[in-house]
Design a protein around this ligand. Sequence first.
Ligand SMILES: Cc1ncc(COP(=O)(O)O)c(C=O)c1O
Length: 342
Amino acid sequence: MHRRGFASDNNSGVHPAVLDAMNRVNEGHVVAYGDDPYTAAAAEKIRKELGAGAGVYFVFTGTAANVLGLKASTENWNSVICADTAHIHCDECGAPEFFTGCKLLTVSPPDGKLTVDLIKKHMHGFDFEHHAQPKVVSVTQATEMGTVYTPDELREICDYAHSLGLLVHMDGARICNAAVSLGVPLADITGGAGIDVLSFGGTKNGLMYGEAIVFFNRELERNFKYVRKQGMQLASKMRYIAAQFEAMLTDGLWHKNAGHANSMARLLADEVSRIPGIEITQKVQINGVFAIVPPEIVPGLQKEYFFYVWDEETSEVRWMTSWDTTEEDIRGFARLLSEKMK
Ligand SMILES: Cc1ncc(COP(=O)(O)O)c(C=O)c1O
């Protein structure tokens, strides 16, 4: 048995209800490439949570969801404004630039959250042919720093972007964790706040694989079926992604899984903040804890409970919890950390 660590919510396994759902659809033949009743039902379930008018397209990975959502929103002379910590900027191997041709323009918020004031820095050069034309503001909810935007904060960004003719993309790899943290429906922090296109994350919340691109702005959806196919994300056996989303959106599993992961991070933060010398660096709002840890004890900790160093220079580490993290995991880790800090 592999020990659970705190490296990533991608390191956890698949929720049993999700595996069961995949098994249930594993019978007979249905038409491939998404033209099947399971895919239609799962898309309908997503519309129920996010908004009746939304367009839903399943893909395999979060990177694909981001890249194709951006591709649908841009021409290759555009620019996309995002935080310097954004997954699209740091962790997608340049795929957004490669596939869209767009320039990513970054700002540096201390907590991963864009604001209108930060975005303003890049709001110039409109109609000037020497300048990549600003077209999309990309926010991550919850952010890569474990923080969340309130519905009002999102609305302010969306209103501002729209007033200048820009669109708003949301990387929602952890949208479920954000909704639970805020205590609001998923719709209030997505289409309801003015988001045009969302990467709706599933993998980090107990799925085996699968994300959905959700268009609230249906104009962007024009020709999208070709974009997804050219982007190599049209799953032939789509029913297996659909079944996973169906399970996640049945009996509140999305809420239960995300809520559990969030509360484990809260417990971890409470436990480690009692240890002298450990400094928590970000608000703990979802399933991640950021802290400064003396660099010399990091390898010993990682050997027992694997995690990543977020910033080598400051020795800031990131501990992520997951739907399957247990209280014993947290207490065991806190005990070890406390011993190493003596
Ligand atoms: C904020 C964020 N967006 C998107 C992703 C999805 O990435 P992947 O392409 O690995 O599924 C991740 C995964 O780590 C993430 O943390």
